[in-house]
Design a protein around this ligand. Structure first.
Ligand SMILES: [Zn+2]
Length: 329
């Protein structure tokens, strides 16, 4: 079973929020495209795992673990009574060749050696095990989930370290076999992993306000050309209608990732949405969807949810219903 949601990476949420409000530089476009591709690979991995079933095991997705004061990110950790298997997911497409330890992807050299990365990750998990004075197995595989990826190597031992798309179902099916279970030992390992989980400490992107277009935009087509009504805004371009609350939840989420380490105040949010929703409505929804921190006369707010998708899932079910009705109306 999946123990946690796989949420979009912080960097992806940052670039998506940025792309709506400014033109990205070539480098930003490249970064966004790479992160998007990586995330799509992870979602594909999850989908195939869902299809083959994972009831006998515990799976952690996209976690940062603080082990012996150094923090490592793991795409997927598979826990059973036998131990931990780390899966590094690489959504590469095209032809990959590894000769004498050098990686070439579509005839371009890759500087980040995936095997070294995997070794480091597995080594960290061994450190974690040793610090807990336990004795479970730790191993790892690199997973290439794309069906348009081919792999060639002059070192036959490399094949033991990777799983291609053609072998992915069989690889997952082994976790369904008799003898694989998540009993006391797996629970014990799971508690060790959970105790090491920390927030992503490496995210340090921040938007330059001068570049940004302020205001609200259509959730369907991204247009800022909206027609304001009392309780909702409708898009003059595509006709989509969303209520004030939906717009504010999206704006707060964008704000969170564009200015990750900066406090959000009512005034800074009003500036961000170009005062398109009246101040009393903004106040009401800030109180409903954020935690308030008071310092003297100034209040700061932190979003209660991870991102907009999470907010829509968790906040009252009435919310999307209202949007739908408005679209139909
Ligand atoms: Zn629209």
């Amino acid at each position: 079973m999946f123990i946690n949601e796989r949420t979009k990476p912080h960097e992806l949420l940052f670039y998506e929020a940025l792309a709506v409000r400014t033109s990205l530089t070539k480098k930003e476009e490249r970064d966004l495209s790479n992160i998007r591709k990586g995330f799509a690979g992870e979602k594909l991995y999850d989908e195939i795992f869902d299809e083959t079933g994972h009831g006998n095991i515990i799976i952690y997705r996209d976690v940062f673990l603080n082990i012996d004061n150094s923090i490592t990110q793991f795409d997927s950790l598979i826990v059973s009574d036998k131990g931990i298997i780390a899966n590094e997911i690489k959504n590469f497409t095209g032809n990959c060749t590894v000769r004498s330890g050098n990686w070439m992807l579509n005839n371009f050299p890759i500087t980040k050696d995936a095997f070294s990365q995997l070794n480091r990750s597995v080594g960290k998990l061994m450190d974690m095990r040793n610090l807990a004075q336990s004795d479970f197995n730790v191993s790892g595989k690199i997973i290439f989930p794309s069906d348009t990826f081919t792999f060639n190597t002059d070192d036959q031992t490399n094949w033991n370290k990777i799983i291609l798309r053609s072998g992915l179902r069989d690889y997952f099916y082994q976790f369904n076999q008799a003898g694989i279970s998540s009993g006391n030992k797996a629970q014990f390992i799971s508690r060790i992993i959970s105790s090491c989980i920390v927030d992503n400490p490496y995210f340090n992107l921040e938007a330059d306000k001068i570049r940004l277009k302020f205001g609200l935009y259509c959730g369907q087509c991204g247009s800022f050309n909206l027609n304001r009504k009392r309780f909702h805004l409708s898009c003059n371009k595509c006709g989509c209608t969303e209520c004030n609350e939906t717009h504010l939840l999206r704006a707060m989420s964008d704000y969170k990732f564009l200015f990750y380490n900066q406090p959000m105040s009512r005034n800074s949010l009003l500036e961000f949405i170009d005062n398109e929703i009246p101040v009393h409505t903004v106040s009401r929804f800030l109180n409903k969807h954020c935690y308030q921190h008071k310092k003297g006369n100034i209040s700061h707010y932190t979003y209660k949810y991870f991102d907009f998708d999470d907010a829509v899932k968790k906040s009252d079910v009435y919310l999307r219903y209202k949007d739908k009705i408005l679209v139909l109306g």
